[in-house]
Design a protein around this ligand. Structure first.
Ligand code: EPZ
Length: 418
């Protein structure tokens, strides 16, 4: 198993092109099964999660060819509507296949999804939405079995603005006659990107990003080319890394507005962050002041996917902060590892109380999930001495090569064999 070996203390500088958004690419890959013609997706990112989704599509009969940075998907010969457990359990996004397969075949049998262990991650909101659409849903032997022969349009009110449920229901509705409305829908930029992709294929979808998504069913979709948005969470990770290490970094390809809550929050401590067109430039020198009360929330609030990275920043900021994780019930697995590096953190329920310390010390630490492992890397970049981060497989799910991206900005980090 590989590890990341980091020698802390380097400043970061330079420019980095941010890769495509994992959480945009995953639903878009699922949505390809709705179409019976060839689709080309540009700037394919080699994350483990997107590779897992490609394996699921191939298992259903899709033909996928990688041409340079393009991914050519031919879903015309799809013959199956079932996703087996060994594939489904690799990623949370396998649950998106339900909506897409129901749209295409009016039936689906998908094993329970996997995903980062950051909470129970139920799918009740997805299934309640499908039932509202007239889908017969059965859960047994670890599978969700759906019969959508009588699927119809409906108005669905989500109990919670779930990202995945919004996306699953959008996909299930695009080929269902009539008008389907999804109320209390999630508003993330990745949902707007899914809408744009569906519309490019000829679907009639509007309202993504507003909280109410309206889908007018159409008969058929057509092939298209599409270039999904870049990853705002990766950009946020490297923005925070620069604030921790000091330096001058420009991140290319991400809109500042997609990180609005983070930039506003950081702006309270007189950070030098400049957003222009699709570039975010951050200049940092010396220690930052603590951010005080920090609340994660659904978009446009502070993303839960940046909570661990912000927490790492707070461990070496001047003063105390309180980080409330309001989205997932168990997303502080990185805390004990940061404490091993000298951080002063106390967790009670969904709140982490952090007192900034003068410095962190290199240690051997283990990541348990994607963004928590990224926060350990950030801590290693500023810690005195050497840090080894195990659990790199978690980080590879959502960063294509974190060590080469950080090295290109001047960090002393490399991947070593165990
Ligand atoms: C998506 O997960 C992302 N994953 C997550 O990113 C992200 O953290 C999350 O949205 C929130 O922004 C992908 O897009 C592949 P939710 P998802 O449904 O769809 C509860 C990363 O690091 N809930 O919005 O699973 C759920 O338990 C990953 O890139 C139900 O109760 O998130 C959670 O508390 C981690 N019932 C809350 O809603 C349901 O049926 C938000 O979940 C569905 C969700």
């Amino acid at each position: 198993m590989a590890k990341l070996l980091i020698h802390g203390g380097r400043k970061l500088s330079g420019e980095l092109q941010i890769t495509a958004a994992k959480n945009a690419y995953l639903p878009i890959l699922a949505a390809c099964v709705l179409c019976e013609e060839k689709i080309v997706l540009h700037n394919y990112p080699h994350y483990c999660d997107t590779e897992s989704m490609c394996k699921i599509l191939t298992s259903l009969g899709a033909n996928i060819i990688q041409e340079g940075s393009d991914l050519e998907i031919d879903p015309s010969a799809l013959f199956s509507w079932g996703v087996e457990s060994e594939l489904a359990c690799q990623v949370r996004s396998s649950i998106f296949m339900l909506g897409a397969l129901l749209g295409r075949f009016k039936k689906a049998r998908v094993a329970y999804p996997g995903g980062c262990e950051i909470g129970a991650r139920p799918i009740d909101i997805h299934l309640a939405g499908f039932r509202k659409l007239g889908v017969k849903v059965e859960e047994k032997h670890g599978f969700i079995q759906c019969d959508a022969s009588n699927m119809h349009s409906a108005t669905i009110l989500l109990d919670f603005p779930s990202v995945g449920a919004t996306e699953s229901l959008m996909m299930a509705s695009v080929l269902t006659s009539g008008t389907t409305r999804i109320l209390n829908a999630a508003k993330e930029p990745e949902i707007v990107d899914l809408e744009n992709f569906l519309v490019k294929m000829g679907a009639k979808v509007r309202g993504a990003g507003t909280g109410e998504v309206v889908i007018e069913g159409v008969k058929k979709l057509k092939g298209c080319e599409y270039d999904p948005i870049k990853d705002r969470i990766i950009a946020g990770t490297y923005l925070i890394a620069t604030l921790m290490c000091g330096g001058d970094v420009t991140l290319k390809g991400v809109k500042g507005e997609h990180l609005g809550a983070l930039i506003d929050k950081l702006g309270q401590t007189a950070c030098n962050i400049e957003c222009k067109n699709d570039k975010i430039r951050v200049k940092a020198e010396g220690r930052m002041a603590a951010l005080g009360k920090i609340e994660t929330s659904v978009y446009p609030g502070l993303p839960t996917d940046l909570q661990a990275q912000i927490l790492a920043l707070q461990t070496i900021s001047d003063g105390s902060s309180m980080i409330c994780e309001n989205v997932f019930e168990s997303r502080f697995k990185h805390v004990p590892e940061l404490i091993k590096m000298g951080a002063d953190i106390h967790v009670k329920d969904r709140v982490a109380f952090v007192r900034g310390v003068k410095k962190l010390y290199g240690a051997s630490v283990t990541g348990m999930e994607l963004r928590g492992t990224a926060s350990l890397v950030l801590a290693g970049l500023v810690a005195e001495g050497y840090t080894t981060v195990s659990g790199v497989r978690h980080i590879d799910r959502g960063y294509s090569a974190i060590e080469s991206e950080l090295s290109s900005l001047g960090a002393d980090i490399r991947r070593v064999k165990d």
